[in-house]
Design a protein around this ligand. Structure first.
Ligand code: ADP
Length: 591
């Protein structure tokens, strides 16, 4: 007779099938942390169940002994992978370096080798007997060898260690995961009980090994964990990774106002360590900015802004009640969003608005003041004229100086009014202008000034120059300013050359002089309002530093540009570029 039958054998078959099912199901859930290890644990459980079942079923001692080796394959694999699973599931995967895994595997591997060749030594068991128990032939170890105790100690160490790891993660895990974690704990108690029973010799199922029923129990618990608590679908490790690594700061506070968790972003911002403050009262450990937590009513929500540091880091604080599945209030979630960048932009925008208003106020003041100055200046000029007539040649030097200063004041007021108008008003009517004619005009107008200054003006007009579209008055003023500057800043005997040329679709005008020139330091600033170089001040001529900014504004209004090259003591060359009328039209039609 090869086989014997007992009612316990179908139970082994069922358990093996259940374990295989669990193993396959978890295998499909890889790469969830711990899934592979859990699948392997279940597989070795199945191997154990098959071995144990067949050991009873076989009558022949040889086959029974062979099945005992299969049982060893099952138990060694089970203990090893259970340990690995516990480490991964409790989020300590970093422990599993190659060397550690190797060290962990040594004893199971040696035990397995010893079991496979048990007939050649007595390290695992010294005597094994076959006895009749009722109708059944059963195999029993009568005396264990020394290595069996090493293996037993190792198994206990791994199972207890794993259990502690899992227990710790249950205590620390968020409410959401507590259910599934408790299930894992419950299932993991079972193998420990098996060992304990075995060890102290209690066996309620004698003559059968109780392991199988406990394994069946564990299997059902884990099946439940998968169904009810989504075990392995969502593992605490993955949750932990999200919770810990999310960019916003998260602090969990329990019902009693104690810190229940904190992610790394919150740790960084608050300069606190989660493990140092966990379980402590939030109001005691969090900075004073969180005092609002003490005044907030139980399940109220709150959104407010906090300034966390003196250097001005701002956070939006959001406090939300956390409820469990039964909608009971279980704690608070405190979220902190970094809004420093937004706050800075808001601050800058505010500063900019204030600055703009200040500038507008100043402009309005200058504009009004300039307007108001026009009338007294005109009246001063008239009075000076009448006075000159009445005094018939007397005090003419003083009157000349008075007139000169009045003229300068008038020029400044007019320049300021022009600048205000250019900034405010739209570009007036545009005409197709011949630049050469316009320049001739400008030179003619300023010829007297050039003669008085002892400067010579040459005009080198480019041939076949296309027209430009421009406001005549404005362009005349812009070019006039440049010619006047060239005259003003060129000592007597100097030369001024104006030339025009065409460059692609731009008319280019050069105004060169061999006057005082501009220093490297002044050059970048000469187009700024009211800027005057020191060298220019020394000439006792010139205006108020508004001419070039007026010119630049006018040219930019015409889609043109202005540039300058100059060397102190050698002279300056201003280059104006204006789009041809055709180019301007094209630009307009595209726009
Ligand atoms: P200003 O009324 O003083 O001439 P501008 O705005 O026209 O004011 O010019 C600004 C400054 O640029 C002048 O004060 C002078 O220092 C310098 N500058 C302008 N044109 C020349 C030039 N052709 N040669 C030397 N310096 C010049």
């Amino acid at each position: 007779m090869l086989f014997q039958f007992s009612l316990i054998i179908p139970v082994y078959v069922l358990v093996a099938a259940l374990m295989l099912l669990l193993s396959i199901r978890t295998w499909t859930l890889r790469p969830a942390p711990g899934a592979t290890a859990w699948s392997m644990t279940m597989l070795f459980c199945a191997i154990f169940a098959i071995g144990a079942g067949l050991e009873i079923a076989f009558v022949s001692p040889v086959l029974k002994l062979a099945m005992d080796r299969v049982i060893y394959i099952g138990t060694t694999g089970f203990v090893f992978f259970w340990g690995i699973f516990a480490i991964q599931y409790s989020n300590r995967g970093r422990w599993l370096k190659r060397t550690n895994v190797f060290l962990l595997a040594i004893i199971p591997l040696v035990t397995l080798c010893l079991a496979l060749f048990a007939e050649y030594h007595s390290l695992l068991y010294r005597s094994y007997e076959f006895v009749y128990e009722g109708d059944l032939v059963m195999g029993h170890v009568m005396a264990y060898g020394p290595f069996f105790w090493i293996w037993l100690g190792y198994s206990y160490l791994i199972l207890t260690g794993s259990w502690l790891l899992l227990f710790r993660s249950v205590i620390r895990s968020q409410t959401f995961f507590r259910g599934q974690a408790w299930m894992v704990i419950l299932a993991s108690v079972a193998p420990m009980l098996t060992y304990l029973f075995h060890f102290i010799g209690i066996n309620p199922l004698a003559p059968f090994d109780p392991t199988i029923l406990i394994m069946a129990f564990s299997g059902i618990v884990m099946l439940l964990a998968m169904k009810q608590y989504r075990f392995m679908d969502i593992v605490p490790v993955a949750y932990d990774l999200i919770f810990k690594n999310v960019q916003s700061s998260i602090i969990l506070i329990d019902l009693k106002g104690r810190i229940a968790g904190m992610n790394s972003t919150a740790e960084k911002i608050l300069k606190l360590k989660e493990n140092e403050i966990i379980g402590k009262l939030a109001l005691d450990v969090l900075p004073q900015q969180f005092a609002v937590l003490g005044t907030l009513q139980d399940s109220k929500e709150l959104k407010t802004e906090l300034e966390m540091t003196k250097e001005g880091s701002f956070y939006e604080l959001q406090i939300t009640p956390v409820r469990n599945r039964r909608d009971e209030w279980v704690g608070r979630l405190v979220l902190l969003y970094d809004i420093t960048a937004r706050k800075q932009i808001e601050k800058q925008t505010l500063e900019l608005t204030i600055e703009r208003e200040r500038v507008q106020l100043l402009q309005r003041f200058i504009s009004h003041m300039s307007h108001d100055l026009r009338t007294p200046l005109t009246s001063m000029k008239v009075t000076q004229y009448l006075l000159r007539k009445e005094l018939a040649g007397q005090h003419s030097i003083r009157l000349d100086s008075l007139m000169q200063q009045t003229e300068r004041l008038t020029e400044m007021v007019e320049s300021m009014l022009t600048l205000m108008r250019l900034e405010k008003d739209e570009l007036g009517d545009l005409f197709s202008l011949n630049v050469n004619e316009l320049i001739t005009n400008v030179i003619d107008r300023n010829q007297a000034l050039a003669d008085a200054a002892g400067a010579q003006i040459h005009f080198d007009s480019g041939v076949d120059l296309p027209n430009v579209l421009a406001n005549t008055d404005e362009l005349t003023l812009a070019l006039s300013n440049l010619v006047v500057n060239a005259i003003r800043y060129t000592p007597s005997g100097g030369e001024i050359t104006v030339s025009t040329t065409l460059d692609a679709n731009h008319v280019v005008i050069w105004i060169r002089d061999n006057g005082i020139g501009i220093s490297e330091d002044d050059l970048p600033h000469i187009f700024e309002r009211f800027y005057r170089a020191d060298s220019a001040r020394g000439t006792h001529s010139g205006g108020f530093g508004l001419g070039l900014s007026i010119t630049k504004t006018i040219l930019e209004r015409h889609d043109g540009s202005i540039g300058v090259q100059s060397h102190l003591g050698e002279g300056s060359a201003f280059c104006v570029r204006l789009p041809t009328a055709v180019a301007t039209e094209q630009l307009k039609s595209v726009g």
